[in-house]
Structure formats: structure tokens, C-alpha cells
Ligand binder design. Structure first.
Ligand code: HEM
Length: 436
């Protein structure tokens, strides 16, 4: 049965979904999603003030998020922003770039362009090719753990390890030299954490949408200039890195237009580290809170892939993406019209009790664990094998080098509706006395 009137979410709940501050309070956020999923799994969110943002459907159930993710002909990434945006932000973007989105990248394109662009780097990101990076990643993991131990015994794990390690991995594959990393880190955080006063570097809480978008636009421009120079270099001196693949790629016999090329670099540079930082920090927090689990995996490394996978589900670093319906569809008893905007919420889907028993529990033995943290369908995360590989290698190094770990203060989460996770994780580390 399809309801004749849409199930509109009460204002307080709607506010909790779009307010970045809600995402800093994890348990409260999960309570909110549990409540919404149980009452209105497909719910309409209306702006409190007309014109603030376009109304959208919030999708919180696992099966519905899976269905939308896999049906890329009915649920499009274009032409609406792929991430929740206020109208003011969209107008700013249109004025600055002529497009609804500041960056044109894989996540913005649909077929027929999307598969052509995706194909350019798909092979590069497959396990067979990534295998040749293992030694380098392992050496980096050991250097990072060494530095953490030197800084210890009390450390902020995000600052010492979870932040810098995935950043260095992705910068290495993009051929960005270490001295440029702090700049890249800052720019990514402005792009993803523009709403968080610490991560954006703005020091401002409650920035207006216009201030956030100006900050983001500045970051995009700097990224574009930087990668234009890098691409020029890789055309003249190609190497085996992914930067060279993108710089020399052709689609339908033509090189990528400059905006698309910049967008390709930006999506890899940005999607590739804050996400993995968040799942890495989450995994470590889970182990610090559960010494028995820590001891078990230290003794039996075959448990590690399960821990990595569960950490990715449990943290769900990419919290949502948006889609636009290409045609009228029914879902959850609601009638969604062609052109309607929809939020697929990965945090909510990955905590759906209909799919995951006791979803808030970190269960390293969870099987099956068909989470949606990497999405599904045509846009499923391009870097998922890399993310798993770097986490596994890093935790091997950590387990080799530390005897025990315990919380040493309050962990704090980022204020962000899009990519989120821990921005600080104080830990007390006891290093192993014998070398591994
Ligand atoms: C735990 C870490 C990560 C998480 C949770 C994550 C999550 C996601 C999600 C949810 C999507 C969108 C999927 C969809 O729309 O169906 C995505 C897309 C993407 N991710 Fe990741 N990601 C992670 C790590 C990485 C890494 C390490 C890289 C690359 C170096 C990367 C590159 C990309 C790219 C390029 C896309 C766009 C793919 C497309 O639209 O075709 N990600 N990721």
C-alpha cells in the first residue's frame, strides 16, 4: 500500500539528520536512526524555512539502501549534488563553476560517462596490482608505529597514526612528495570536514553554508592548480603511479578535459585517506576497549581481516551519499517521484538490526558481514581493496610492536554530515619489549 501523503519527518528529527553536530554524538545519532528506521524507513525531510534546501527522502533501511545503490539506472548521481547541500551552497557552486557541484568526479557522473572514467583506473586498484605496493606500505607502517612508540606511552592515535598513515599511502600512489602532505591534509579536511571548526582550520563553529562553501571552493581551486602541474610532469615523465594513468588517459580517443582530470585526482586524493583514517581509529578504539580481543588477535593474526571489515562497518566513515530518482518508484510504502532527491544513509543501513545482530556491538567474528560502508553497484568504492590492505598491514605492525593498549581520555568525533569519525583518540600504549 502506498500512502497518499508523504511521511514527513518531524522537525526535531529532520534537524538531527542534517545538523553536523549530531554526528559528533555517535550513540545519540544511532538512537535517532533506529527511531526513524523503525517508524518511517523512507521519510521525507522538509526544510524548516522554505528555500533552505530541497526536500529529500531519507532512506535508513539496509535493503532499501542496497536496492538504490545497485540500481544505477533508476537512482542517478547527477544532476543534483551527491552530498547533502544547502541551496545557498549550490548557487555558489553554480556561480563559481557553472555546475551544481564544485568538483566533477567519478561520484558525480552516471552512465555512459561513468563506466568509461571508472575503467581508466579500475585495474590499477585491483589486488593484483596493489600487491606490488605491499612492501612499501609495510615499511611505512613500521616507521609510523616507531614514531608512535617514541611519542608514547600516551598518544593521540589519530594524530600519530590513523591520520598520517593513510594520507602518506594515498599521496605516495599519487606521487605527491612528503613535503606537500600537510597542505594536502589541510585541503582534504576543508573539503570533507568544512563543517568542523578544528578540521577545517577555520576555528569557527556554526559557519553559514556560504562560509563553508567558500572554504571548500578555495580548497578545490588550490587542488586543481596543484594537480595540473603534477599531470604536466607525468605526461613528460610517466611512472607506474596512478597519477601517470590519469595524466595520460584518453576517453573516446581524447585526453580528459582539465576539469575532469582535476576532479579525478581530487576524488582519489580526498576519498583515499580521511575515510581510512576513520576506520583505522575505530578499529584501534574497539581493541583498546576490549583487551581480551586485543590479546586474541595479537596471538592469531587470521582474525585480522574480520576486525578490519567489522571496523569499516562499525565506523561507516562515509555517512551518506545522495541520489536523484530517474522515474517514479515505490519504496517503504512511499511514492517517490521522478526528480526527487534521496539520501542513502550508510550509518543507518549498517546499523539496521534486520541485517546485523546487535549492530552497535563490535563483533570481529561477524559473519556474514555484508556491510554497505563501501556502497554497492556501479559506484562501489574504487579504493576498497587498498583500504583493507593498508589497514591489515598497519595492524600487523601495531600488533607486532605493542603489548597492550588502553584508553587514556575521551575520544572525540568530527562534526560532519558527510565523512566522519574520530578526530582524537587518546591512548596509553605499552610497547613490546622483544623485537618482532
Ligand atoms: C574505509 C575506507 C573507505 C570507505 C569507507 C569508503 C567509502 C566509499 C563510498 C561509500 C563510496 C561511494 C559508493 C557508492 O556510491 O556506492 C566510495 C567511492 C569512492 N571511493 Fe572510497 N572509501 C574508502 C577508502 C577509499 C580509498 C583508500 C580510495 C582510493 C585511494 C577510495 C576512492 C574512492 C573513489 C575514487 C570513489 C568513487 C567511485 C565511483 O564513483 O565510481 N576510497 N568510497
Amino acid at each position: 500500500m502506498v500512502a497518499s501523503d508523504p511521511a514527513v519527518l518531524p522537525t526535531a528529527l529532520a534537524k538531527a539528520v542534517i545538523d553536523p553536530h549530531s554526528y559528533a554524538e555517535w550513540d545519540g545519532l544511532l538512537d535517532t536512526f533506529d527511531h526513524i528506521r523503525a517508524s518511517t524507513p523512507v521519510a521525507k525531510i522538509m526544510p524548516e524555512e522554505e528555500g533552505l534546501f530541497e526536500p529529500f527522502w531519507l532512506i535508513t533501511g539496509y535493503d532499501d539502501v542496497m536496492r538504490i545503490s545497485k540500481d544505477n539506472a533508476t537512482f542517478l548521481n547527477n544532476p543534483r549534488p551527491v552530498v547533502f547541500s544547502f541551496n545557498q551552497a549550490i548557487e555558489f557552486s553554480r556561480a563559481a563553476t557553472g555546475s551544481n557541484m564544485l568538483v566533477d568526479s567519478l561520484v558525480v557522473f552516471d552512465a555512459p560517462i561513468h563506466p568509461k572514467y571508472r575503467k581508466l583506473t579500475q585495474e590499477w586498484f585491483m589486488p593484483r596490482n596493489l600487491g606490488r605496493l605491499e612492501d612499501e606500505i609495510r615499511a611505512l607502517a613500521h616507521r609510523t608505529v616507531d614514531r608512535m612508540i617514541e611519542a608514547g606511552p600516551e598518544v593521540d592515535f589519530v594524530k600519530e597514526v590513523a591520520g598520517p598513515f593513510p594520507l602518506r599511502v594515498v599521496m605516495q600512489i599519487l606521487g605527491v612528495p612528503p613535503e606537500d602532505e600537510p597542505r594536502m591534509q589541510m585541503l582534504t579536511q576543508q573539503l570533507f570536514g568544512g563543517q568542523d571548526k578544528d578540521l577545517s582550520g577555520s576555528g569557527m563553529d556554526n559557519m553559514t553554508p556560504e562560509q563553508v562553501v567558500q572554504l571548500v571552493a578555495g580548497a578545490v581551486k588550490t587542488f586543481e592548480d596543484y594537480f595540473a602541474t603534477l599531470a604536466e610532469d607525468r605526461r613528460v615523465n610517466p611512472t607506474e603511479d596512478v597519477a601517470s594513468v590519469i595524466a595520460n588517459a584518453t576517453v573516446d580517443g581524447k585526453p580528459l578535459p582539465p576539469r575532469d582530470m582535476a576532479g579525478y585526482y581530487i576524488i582519489v586524493a580526498t576519498a583515499g585517506h580521511d575515510t581510512t583514517s576513520a576506520s583505522t581509529a575505530g578499529a584501534m578504539m574497539a581493541l583498546a576497549n576490549d583487551p581480551e580481543q586485543f590479546a586474541k588477535v595479537k596471538a592469531d593474526r587470521s582474525l585480522l581481516p574480520g576486525i578490519v571489515e567489522e571496523a569499516i562497518r562499525w565506523t561507516s566513515p562515509v555517512q551518506h551519499f545522495m541520489r536523484t530518482a530517474a522515474e517514479d518508484v515505490e519504496m517503504g510504502g512511499q511514492s517517490i517521484k521522478a526528480g526527487d532527491w534521496m539520501m542513502i544513509n550508510y550509518v543507518a543501513a549498517n546499523h539496521d538490526p534486520a541485517q546485523f545482530d546487535d549492530p552497535r556491538r563490535f563483533d570481529a567474528g561477524r559473519s556474514p558481514n555484508r556491510h554497505l560502508a563501501f556502497g554497492a553497484g556501479a559506484h562501489q568504492c574504487l579504493g576498497l581493496h587498498l583500504a583493507r590492505l593498508e589497514m591489515r598491514i598497519l595492524f600487523e605492525a601495531l600488533l607486532d610492536r605493542i603489548e597492550s593498549v588502553e584508553p587514556a581520555g575521551e575520544a572525540r568525533r568530527a562534526t560532519s554530515t558527510f565523512v566522519g569519525g574520530l578526530k582524537s583518540l587518546p591512548l596509553r600504549i605499552t610497547a613490546s619489549t622483544e623485537a618482532a
